[in-house]
Design a protein around this ligand. Sequence first.
Ligand code: SF4
Ligand code: SF4
Length: 336
Amino acid sequence: METTRKLIRKQSLEKLYAHLSGSRKIYAPVTAANKQVDYKYNPPYAEVASDHIRSTLSVKNIVFPKVENLFLFTNNRTESTITDIELFKIPEVVLWGAHPCDTAAFDVLRSIFCWDTKDEFFSQRVEKLTVIGFACHKSDDYCFCTSTGLSPDSSKGSDILLSRLQNGDYVADIITEKGNAILDSCPGLFEAAPDEKPVITEVKVKFSHEQVTAKLANAFEHPFWIENSLRCIGCGACAYVCPTCACFDIQDETKGKNGKRYRSWDSCGFGLFTLHTSGHNPRQVQSQRWRQRIMHKFSYMPDRNESLGCVGCGRCSSGCPVDMNISEQLEALQNI
Ligand code: SF4
Ligand code: SF4
């Protein structure tokens, strides 16, 4: 679909929010008392954040929940019964205020969850999702979207992309049919597009992801991994905050005869992640786990999924308790 450009005034944005929340759940960013920004369902418009650089956690929870039931079961002496999760009950949701790195991450997740077989849980949630993205007018040194082929005003993954003008009004780019349906449902809120250019932050290109991928092809045994992972404590925070990390664990939980099988987020940074029942662990030390994280995102995924496994949001670096900085490491890797 060809993109349509419109203007939406500051005061009309609140009306759009109210209009959308009349028929669907809204998942929007809110600033907590400790200044951290986190997404919540249906916050009042007055509490919605629009000036933050990045939320603490990404928005992947909306299509890949931290914990998700896969089925319920009952075990009797002679037989077991399984009850499917009623996926048709997943509600329609509008994601409001996500930045371009986070919206682009949905495509990365799709390349994983729909790679060989289609994950119905993920697919149903994506189908019920409409995304109102907000281009970035602020950034910091942790941001490196431009090194991963994106930009602070990329419309990838957005149904409507809003970009702020100097006076606080917004340019609205209507990208998809879902976006068009919103425009058609409240045309009075949108006006003719202005000539003025929106305020978009600049994000410096730090490395070439093509060069990093090429270097990784022969870097498996390089001392780089040991030298650059010595301070990693294997806490897994980098995977939990990441919009594209998709590893999960599967567990059964029972109470009496009844139980549920669920999946929950996991991390390749954990020592137990690859521990076999035999006691053997193919990734015995942290440097092997750190290498896996980088290799997966910048070598294995471009090869198998035709997608980088990173959108340059900088969350893993800003959230790391020991200041492991992924963009600095990728910049260094480019030159080994
Ligand atoms: S957040 Fe930092 S310390 Fe924790 S596993 Fe990731 S790189 Fe290692
Ligand atoms: S690896 Fe780090 S910078 Fe890349 S998408 Fe994940 S959290 Fe963001």
